[in-house]
Design a protein around this ligand. Sequence first.
Ligand SMILES: [Zn+2]
Length: 324
Amino acid sequence: MLTLNRRCLLTSVAASATIAACAPSGDATPAEIEARSEAPGFYRFPFGEFQITMLCDGVFFLPTDSIATNVDAHERKAYFDAHYIAMDVFRLQANPLLIDTGEKRILVDTGVGPGKGWARYAGRLTKSLEEAGIVPETIDTIVLTHCHGDHVGGIASQTKLFPKAEIVLSDVELDLWTGADAASKLPEWAAPDAPNLRKVFAALGDRVRPIKPGADVVTGITTLDTSGHTQGHISLLVASGDEQLLITGDAVPSIHIAFDRPEWQIMWDHDRDKGAKTRRALLDRAVSDRLLVSGYHYPFPGIGRVVKEGVGYRWLPADWVWHR
Ligand SMILES: [Zn+2]
């Protein structure tokens, strides 16, 4: 049984760091207690005949001046203040997910990858897979919604981690990053990633399966053309039994601005006008078809529904349900 000495009792209310410092001798070290204090990074739920596991890759930060780029400074500041968004950096979660159809295990997006200096609190996909009891060697397919570093990084930096997985992405997206004219098609900030991705896809060889948007990945999992964020961006519609799940990828990248003001532009959209049109069309579909929705950058586990509200939409997060 855990026993605390008098000093600990007096100070443990101050901060969790104090509790870690008060580990009784002979018990766990502060570092071990710290490690145990972290919840496993997955959330699993049944979905028709399938099973879906949301996986936490962690969080990372981006400069706030990259969002709402077409908005008056005063209106922008008022929105940020009202929604507790800092004016310098904003935080993004990264939520890859795994669909187990019973016959195939399909991973959608792969996180930022380990050891990225720009995302030191992310890159934990392999840890979350382990915590969820999923062995990388058992994954049959990886679908990439697009090839930005926070989605492709987990496979780009570890091409041997998923040795039997085929890699599915849209043919337009593959050509965008690996074609000889990549530099002229990509925005200036993205172009430097193209040479490395060309090498990565060459190393993956015939495991890469480019598809036309609209094609099925497997029965029950259909791709949707949601270009705008990138020229070859795809979202996924997953159907099993009476259930339908829309996996948005980065077509609807946040629960705040993208929902409240879909027309506010984002620097990370390669085509900002098209990105906004795609965003609204996808959210309209989620409302009219009453779809369950997942968002890659939404607060974990990033599952919920969408309702129309004002000039935009509102995110209704699903309850976290314990199934046993
Ligand atoms: Zn992203």
